[in-house]
Design a binder for this molecule. Sequence first.
Ligand SMILES: [Zn+2]
Length: 353
Amino acid sequence: MTFSYQEFAREKMPALLADLKDLIAIDSVRNMDLATPEFPVGPGPVKALEKFLALADRDGFQTANIDNYAGVVTFGQGNQELGVAVHVDVVPPDEGWSQDPFTPWVKDGRVFGRGTSDNKGPALAAYYALLALKEAGFQPKKKISLIIGTDEETDWVGMKYYLQKRPAPDWVFSPDSSFPIVTGQAGLAVLKTDFIGKEATGLTLESFFAGQATNMIPAAATAVVSGENLEKIAAAFPDFLAKKGLTGEIKETASENGNCLKISLEGVSAHASVPWEGKNGACLLASFLRDFPFTGRAKNFLDFAGDLELEDYYGEKIGIANTDSEMGKSINCPAVFRYQRDQAEALPARPAT
Ligand SMILES: [Zn+2]
């Protein structure tokens, strides 16, 4: 009997889509506020891991849950091992979704939902490839292990634990986000930047907020300003938005420091590895504000975010540019912005994978 993998793929497509929808519906964002010994990075990633292993149990594979840190689906026997590394955790959905990111939908032949491409879809594609081998009666001479991580997006807690408990495979590839495989991931460094400087009275930056994860370009950014020049800022903002093709709004608010403007801008999010595909809302809002006479720490912060970091995709302007012979240029992603008037805060940047 011959086995047609195209026929198998056609036949299994509805099942794969149903499994993908079930996995996407599990909010598997790392949440250390809910972490316990049972749930090392919070309950969400564990629920997704359990779901994935249940699919493999359903289809008759040998599975193991490595103490809720990682899981493995095994096929075949042999002294040597091929590892296929996937993960079921996802980054926070951030704002700007047209529908609930955990209720997946299909449009124009594509699936939408948080984690569809990173990494639940590719993880399932690899899993169904393993199922195809099994149903074809293939008997590998080596052991194939589909290894499921739960913390790829942050600290790799799952994979580190896995490697304490199990030997590293002889070969590994990772079907993560890109088709067909990713053979390597660049290293990363998270840089935290604090600002100093004495502010004069006048125009004051009360707060600036954007970004939730170090590996995403932030879309939404919000600043609150008080003091002088508020009318000028309010008058200039619509022109800036029109020129940059952005949306945003200004609202008058009040605080203990008197009248304030709350200025919000909506950019376009993108993964940290391709920051040029997005519009960094934080850098753009800072670039708008730095045209006004802020002083001291606020000015230093806005100059950094709105000038040096604006479209500095390779870290050239901030002096961290690097090229690796295997991985190419390091990528700079200004991602999380927290500024409060009276406290020094952080601005991490991440050269991404
Ligand atoms: Zn991934």
